[in-house]
Design a protein around this ligand. Structure first.
Ligand SMILES: C[S@@+](CC[C@H](N)C(=O)[O-])C[C@H]1O[C@@H](n2cnc3c(N)ncnc32)[C@H](O)[C@@H]1O
Length: 371
């Protein structure tokens, strides 16, 4: 006969209150398999296994309703849950490691009597994110030749080019003298051995003389800067031409245009709050704004790249190379992926996005600023 555990014993083992277990039962999240003859709850080994999964998701910040959907997902068995939890915990550990490193730096600064202003503290945050997620970057992030051609054309006849927020150097032209600036050590160490020389610095404080370069380039990085306007002015100061690839972060220009943010990940709205608009960015350097369409088979796996290949977003390695997914947090990420997976298998995604199948390139709010 199978042994059943009382609610008190399960509560003690799991480190939760009996009240919590009663609540989980009442809302249908964890219904014990049986009752004793006296009517008390009796938990089986399977119930305890489910509780372990529920508590693990809870610790990761998931809401009870989301957890119910996750643990009831018929396509996930115990092994799938363990893999998913492991991935989420690794991502959380990476974020914790980056935060600890930042705290250590601040403690060191304080011990030396140097007080950090909130601005200084925040200034490194974009780079810090890349310290933790940067190692996943090269798997899917590479030069998209059609977009690179637009960028290089915009650089005009510049012979010397400063690439700010250079990362692994995907958009560095090989036929000009390039100097790269990249604050994240993780990203710097992933640059090819023959890549352009790279300086550890931030856009907001470029260690170069006025007019030191013919052109300055910033590709897909401005949204990470603590102070984008200050960074752009720095680019303007050190170069006579400035080229910036970014996106129009307005609701209509970007978020509502792309089915992923519109239908599955509305949390991206929270990521752009307080950021200067694309018009403000352009005004800061006197730039003209040109739309850049995303080809259907875009080679660089940025957030919008797979607009006609929705299954790609179900892949962990695709998401890990795009900071948006880390920034929205694991609960929103898992919810979005689950909903997308369901809509792809039910045909709902195809139905809703029928017009995309005939497009070779899409206008998703990506912009080139040229000054
Ligand atoms: C999405 S990656 C783009 C990298 C590269 N431009 C590319 O297109 O492959 C963003 C990069 O911006 C860098 N970054 C973050 N904050 C920065 C700052 N304040 N100044 C310069 N770069 C920064 C990150 O470390 C990261 O390498």
């Amino acid at each position: 006969m199978t042994e059943h555990l009382t609610v008190g014993r399960v509560a003690r083992m799991a480190g939760v209150s009996v009240r919590t277990l009663h609540h989980y039962d009442e809302i249908g999240l964890l219904r014990p398999v049986a009752r004793t003859s006296a009517g008390h709850r009796a938990y089986s080994a399977g119930d305890v296994e489910r509780l372990r999964e529920v508590l693990a998701y809870r610790r990761l910040g998931f809401g009870l309703r989301e957890i119910a959907a996750l643990v009831d997902d018929p396509t996930s068995d115990a092994v799938a849950h363990l893999h998913r939890l492991r991935g989420l915990l690794l991502a959380q550990r990476d974020r914790a490691t980056a935060t600890i490193a930042a705290i250590d730096r601040e403690l060191e600064a304080r011990a030396m009597g140097i007080s950090m202003t909130p601005e200084q503290h925040l200034r490194v945050s974009g780079a810090q994110l890349y310290e933790s997620i940067g190692s996943a970057y090269p798997a899917t992030r590479r030069t998209e030749p059609r977009i690179a051609a637009r960028v290089w054309e915009a650089l005009g006849d510049a012979r010397t080019v400063l690439n700010v927020g250079a990362g692994t150097g995907s958009y560095e032209p090989v036929d000009r003298a390039v100097t790269a600036v990249e604050p994240s050590a993780t990203m710097r160490t992933q640059r090819a051995v023959d890549a352009a020389p790279c300086v550890a610095a931030s856009a907001e404080n470029l260690p170069f003389a006025d007019g030191a370069f013919d052109a300055a380039l910033a590709f897909s990085t401005v949204h990470h800067w603590h102070d984008p306007i200050a960074g752009l002015r720095e680019m303007r100061r050190v170069a006579r031409r400035v080229v910036v690839f970014t996106h129009d972060a307005s609701d209509t220009g970007w978020r509502q245009r792309f089915w992923l943010s519109r239908d599955y990940l509305p949390e991206v709205a929270g990521l752009v709050v307080g950021r200067p608009s694309v018009d403000e960015l352009a005004r800061a350097i006197g730039a003209r704004i040109e739309p850049v369409l995303v080809p259907w088979d875009c080679a660089d796996g940025f957030f919008e790249a797979y607009w006609r290949r929705p299954e790609a977003y179900l892949e962990e390695q695709v998401r890990r190379a795009v900071s948006v997914w880390t920034r929205v947090g694991p609960a929103a990420e898992q919810r979005a992926v689950r909903a997308l997976r369901q809509d792809l298998s039910s045909g709902r995604w195809a139905e809703r996005n029928r017009e995309l199948t005939d497009l070779d390139a899409a206008e998703l709010g990506l912009r080139l600023l040229v000054a």
